[in-house]
Design a protein around this ligand. Structure first.
Ligand code: MEV
Length: 438
């Protein structure tokens, strides 16, 4: 059995690798070679990556692709996407080109409010706590002035702090529910720093409050943390065109396609099993841009799926309608993104991605990301309701199958030629490859 290694984090990078390969691999030399071959030859870049996290042993590559021809509010963008799934970039790029010929995408930020909470226990009644809270409310702002000064200069800061009674759901449980504007930063550190100060202020002030009994003075702070659920930090992206312009394929009738498309969206609105896959398709695009621009895709994922359930049943994030001969397709999605702070100024490829996007502010990035999600969703639902998803997917996946089977350049070309107009499946490709080889 592998020994517990208590001093692991103190080992050098090379010692860590040596320990790992000796413990877990049948061929330690080969394993070491695999992991070290991804080290960057530029020591400074490698050091930067080593220091992003604890116990770095190597770099884990994802392809960085780009999707050109996105017209958003009249401006042309090439969008960076870090993603491993074969057909994602090809599909979204096709949708971008399609809509660029129909007026492009429109995007509007609906609001930008972030949220954080101090969760605490208080063993007294709400009225007493509330009058204490109202009497010290300005103190929360005063005690956080050191942290909020800079944010206020940029036009942001703490918007409000409310006391919330949750004792119906958990005995003695209350919250300070605070709202923030963090401008161009995602704001996690700013919010959490403010919240931890609110908690200290609350505790200290309660101890000094003459109106509280000894028991009531002992407010117990459970935790202070931002919420990744941001239903008031939402952006809308939309496309529209006359129904008769919805098909660019002579084999697909525009009206029939528009109606089928709207029905597919209605199904995702009412059927959770479909909604999850439908929204996963949206997140294919969203996560890829979020990752390429140095933002936290787990936060975005968690917030998006919570928003998709906000009416008590998991549902589609996108919607579609036909009204007066116009097809409209849109998405409302919460996106707490930043274009300063975090990795944005640190990771060279993130800097590259943001510069390629014209150094957007947070609101502009929200629009770009929402549009990418909508375009990705359009591409998926169009394939699903017309040709089926496998045609495009397998075409892109073909190269993965060929690489898995170590096909040579010549073999790849032969296989690509053969499958140009033939249904692709893993087994058909392998059979054909074997046929060539024999
Ligand atoms: C695959 O990654 C995403 C899709 O399943 C999305 C969808 O079904 O809408 C194609």
């Amino acid at each position: 059995m592998t020994q517990i290694n208590k001093g692991f984090s103190k080992l050098s990078k090379e010692e860590k690798i040596d320990w790992i390969v000796s413990q877990y691999f049948t061929n330690p030399q080969e394993a070491k070679q695999t992991v070290t071959q991804y080290w960057n030859s530029d020591e400074n870049i490698q050091k930067l990556h080593d220091e992003f996290i604890e116990n770095t042993i190597s770099n884990f590559y994802l392809p960085l692709g780009v999707a050109p021809n996105f017209i958003i509010n009249g401006k042309n963008y090439t969008i960076p996407m870090a993603v491993e799934e074969s057909s994602v970039v090809a599909a979204v790029a096709k949708a971008a080109k399609f809509w660029s010929e129909r007026g492009g995408f429109k995007a509007t930020v609906l609001n930008t409010e972030k949220i954080g909470q101090v969760h605490f226990l208080f063993s007294g009644n709400f009225e007493k706590l509330n009058s204490f809270f109202q009497s010290i409310k300005t103190q929360f702002f005063a005690d956080t002035e050191n942290f909020t000064k800079n944010m206020q200069k940029r036009g942001g800061g703490i918007l409000d702090i409310a006391l919330v009674d949750k004792t119906n759901e958990l005995p003695n449980y209350y919250q300070l529910h605070a709202t923030f504007n963090t401008k161009d930063s995602m704001g996690a550190n700013f919010i959490n720093t403010c919240l931890e100060q609110f908690a200290k202020t609350l505790e200290n002030q309660a101890q000094q409050n003459e109106a509280f009994s000894e028991e009531e003075k002992k407010i117990q702070i459970i935790m202070s943390i931002l919420s990744n659920y941001v239903p008031n930090c939402v952006v809308r992206a939309e496309v529209f065109c006359p129904v008769e312009q919805l098909s660019d394929d002579a084999n697909i009738d525009s009206k029939e396609f528009a109606e089928k498309f709207v029905t597919a969206i209605k199904i995702a609105e009412i059927e959770p099993y479909r909604a999850v896959t439908h929204n996963k398709g949206i997140m294919n695009g969203i996560d890829a841009v979020v990752l390429a621009t140095g933002n936290d895709f787990r936060a975005i994922e968690a917030g998006a799926h919570a928003y998709a359930s906000r009416n008590g049943k998991y549902s589609s994030l996108s919607h579609a309608k036909i009204e007066n001969g116009i097809f409209t397709f849109w998405i409302d999605i919460p996106l707490a993104l930043g274009t300063i702070g975090g990795l944005t100024n640190l990771h060279p490829l993130v800097k590259f991605s943001l510069e390629m996007l014209g150094k957007p502010n947070a609101e502009e990035l929200m629009k770009i990301v929402a549009v990418t999600g909508l375009a990705q969703n359009f591409a998926a639902v169009r394939s699903l309701t017309t040709t089926g998803i496998q045609k495009g997917h397998m075409k892109m996946h073909l190269m993965n199958i060929l690489n898995q089977h170590h096909a040579t350049k010549q073999e790849k070309q032969q296989v690509l030629d053969y499958f140009t107009n033939t249904t692709i499946s893993h087994s058909l490709v392998v059979d054909y490859l074997e046929k060539i080889r024999s």
